[in-house]
Design a protein around this ligand. Structure first.
Ligand SMILES: *[C@@H]1O[C@H](CO)[C@@H](O)[C@H](O)[C@H]1NC(C)=O
Ligand SMILES: *[C@@H]1O[C@H](CO)[C@@H](O)[C@H](O)[C@H]1NC(C)=O
Ligand SMILES: *[C@@H]1O[C@H](CO)[C@@H](O)[C@H](O)[C@H]1NC(C)=O
Ligand SMILES: *[C@@H]1O[C@H](CO)[C@@H](O)[C@H](O)[C@H]1NC(C)=O
Ligand SMILES: *[C@@H]1O[C@H](CO)[C@@H](O)[C@H](O)[C@H]1NC(C)=O
Ligand SMILES: *[C@@H]1O[C@H](CO)[C@@H](O)[C@H](O)[C@H]1NC(C)=O
Ligand SMILES: *[C@@H]1O[C@H](CO)[C@@H](O)[C@H](O)[C@H]1NC(C)=O
Ligand SMILES: *[C@@H]1O[C@H](CO)[C@@H](O)[C@H](O)[C@H]1NC(C)=O
Length: 510
């Protein structure tokens, strides 16, 4: 979609203030970018409108340009900046605050959810702070050391192991969970093979915790355990990325592929609302609910007009779509940026109070507290296991690899720890909130493991190119935020499975 003036102005009301700020902020950023990028974004195929839910054509643009030769050196990159600018016309639905359009018409849906059995899923307390980690090993990216998946529990260290403290090892023999290009349910934006990504080294890595081995995700086993149940991913497009990974992993093990389907028949998963993949043979469903902030996007009337706000004290009404799930996987993070939150000015709202100014981190923590209270109030932990997936690190950076400071043509993970970023402050805030949450939540602490993987983003292969020229122009607008599938989110799901086996009593135990 071209950026047309009317295309932009369509979005100026009632979310006008934030949107126009964002747009002009973006334009300013683009101006300091290379002429190539400027040119691309104004004339190119992809681009820009903000504050809505993704798009048929979504562009990742670094808002804080990371140009080569940044004086701060190669470690400098905008980790806390969500670079993804999304174009969409689904935002109208949200603007109206009208949820009617968000529920699939298919009546099966309601029935299915109501009919999910009140089975007991007993789970243990997630041990977020592990004592038994051995984090002082040097090699981060090593060679596969002929390792077989161990029977979880057979190894004493499995129980105490910090799954997220580890390294990537080349995985010579074992295969990805599904062949690249083979799963029809991967967003075009993540289907790097189909979009022509020529290298495939990025699918040949396995995450190796330092303190233990983790089993491969046994899809048959997982589906058996999910029988009659619902697994729901809730959050932003990074969780959609993770959800699609899980759908593809599980689908691979099912013989009759037709018996796996999205129940409303949609194949585009980018609008707000719920998407539910039903696995007929297992009578279960694996769903995604878009709620990028988890809390409620709202608006506030003033004498001189209405402004877009974010209610830090209220959950996104989408809770109705997942409150009965058996497994919930939350995330939020990438939308909590200056650019997407009106610089924090006149944007965050609690009750009738709109903060003239509030720091993103503070707002994030308030929202997570709201989430935590909701979980404690609504989740029956004898039946439901809650996960929170941590911040997925982006790689819009300058440095020794290419002149643009982006992630195109990265084919190896980071090998030298010096180039890893600090643990995101948002995740520290999350940890504080989790400490105060009574419901056991398993924290999938993926920041570090994603940090290594500069090689595994779609970069320019977020879409297909018809001509070489088109492709060359795309170099200026890469996605270094989401992940190619198969790829890194498969590992998140593998760790989710391992965490369930470890925490699991009831059906998740042995
Ligand atoms: C980057 O550094 C190289 C060599 O040090 C120099 O030739 C080039 O002009 C610099 N580029 C920018 C954008 O500063
Ligand atoms: C909005 O979506 C419809 C249907 O997907 C499409 O036909 C139309 O071109 C879109 N409009 C814009 C402005 O993107
Ligand atoms: C499918 O699961 C639902 C909810 O758990 C249950 O009520 C129903 O009996 C199951 N159907 C079959 C065929 O097992
Ligand atoms: C469902 O589970 C809740 C909480 O564990 C329990 O109070 C209720 O009796 C159960 N209902 C049925 C029909 O088993
Ligand atoms: C996977 O799980 C199924 C069902 O529990 C089991 O029959 C099978 O042996 C497992 N496969 C592997 C490779 O462990
Ligand atoms: C709108 O009203 C608010 C106070 O209600 C004020 O802070 C703001 O400056 C006003 N904006 C304009 C453009 O007048
Ligand atoms: C990692 O990078 C730093 C800074 O460039 C360098 O000093 C150090 O020797 C590197 N370490 C390894 C193991 O290559
Ligand atoms: C998560 O991982 C980071 C390293 O990236 C570590 O500093 C932090 O303590 C971990 N958090 C928990 C709760 O294990």
């Amino acid at each position: 979609m071209d950026v047309k003036k009317h295309g932009l102005s369509e979005h100026l009301s009632p979310r006008g203030k934030a949107v126009s700020r964002l747009v002009w902020g973006l334009v300013a950023s683009l101006i300091v970018l290379t002429g190539l990028l400027l040119n691309n974004s104004l004339n190119g195929p992809a681009v820009v409108v903000v504050g809505s839910y993704s798009a048929s054509i979504a562009t990742a643009v670094p808002l804080r340009p990371s140009v080569a030769n940044v004086t701060e050196g190669p470690r400098q990159r905008p980790v806390d900046t969500e670079e993804k600018i999304e174009t969409d016309n689904a935002s109208k639905v949200i603007e109206n605050g009208n949820l009617d359009g968000l529920f699939p018409e298919n009546p099966q849906l309601g029935n299915f959810y109501e009919s999910v059995k009140n089975e007991t899923l007993v789970v243990g307390i997630a041990n977020a702070n592990n004592e038994g980690s051995s984090s002082n090993k040097e090699g981060n990216v090593g060679e596969d050391k002929a390792m077989e998946p161990k029977d979880p529990g057979a190894d004493g260290s499995f129980e105490a192991c910090d799954f997220f403290d580890g390294r990537w090892v080349r995985n010579g023999r074992s295969k990805p969970y599904y062949r690249p290009g083979s799963c029809p349910y991967i967003d075009k934006d993540f289907d790097c093979r189909r979009n022509g990504r020529p290298d495939n080294g990025y699918i040949k890595w396995k995450w190796q915790p330092n303190g233990c081995d983790i089993p491969r995700l046994n899809a048959t086993d997982f589906l058996e355990k999910l029988r009659g149940k619902r697994l729901v991913y809730i959050g932003d497009s990074l969780n959609r990325n993770m959800w699609e990974s899980m759908v593809c992993i599980l689908r691979r093990s099912v013989k009759k592929k037709k018996r796996v389907y999205e129940i409303s028949g949609r194949s585009d998963f980018k609008k707000k609302g719920i998407y539910a993949f039903r696995f007929e043979d297992y009578n279960c469903s694996v769903d995604f609910v878009a709620a990028p902030f988890l809390v409620k996007e709202s608006s506030f009337k003033r004498e001189n007009g209405s402004i877009e706000t974010l209610r830090l004290d209220l959950m996104d009404p989408a809770t109705s779509m997942y409150r009965d799930a058996d497994l919930m996987v939350f995330n939020t993070g990438h939308w909590w940026t200056h650019e997407k939150t009106s610089k924090g000015e006149d944007y965050y709202q609690e009750g009738d109070h709109v903060y003239p100014r509030l720091k993103v981190l503070k707002a994030y923590q308030k929202a997570l507290s709201t989430w935590s209270r909701w979980v404690d109030k609504n989740v029956d932990s004898s039946r439901t296991q809650v996960f929170f997936r941590g911040y997925s690190v982006t790689h819009f950076w300058g440095g020794q690899w290419n002149s643009g400071g982006q992630c195109h043509q990265e084919t190896e993970p980071i090998a030298n720890k010096t180039y890893l970023t600090n643990y995101p402050s948002k995740m520290r805030a999350l940890e504080h909130v989790l400490e105060k949450t009574n419901t056991p939540v398993i924290y999938l602490n993926v920041s570090r493991l994603t940090d290594y993987r500069k090689d595994a983003h779609p970069s320019i292969y977020r879409r297909e190119y018809k001509t070489e020229e088109e492709r060359n122009r795309a170099v200026g607008a890469q996605d270094c935020s989401h992940w190619c599938l198969p790829g890194v989110p498969d590992t998140w799901n593998e760790l989710l499975y391992a965490s369930l086996l470890r925490a699991g009593k009831g059906i998740w135990g042995n």
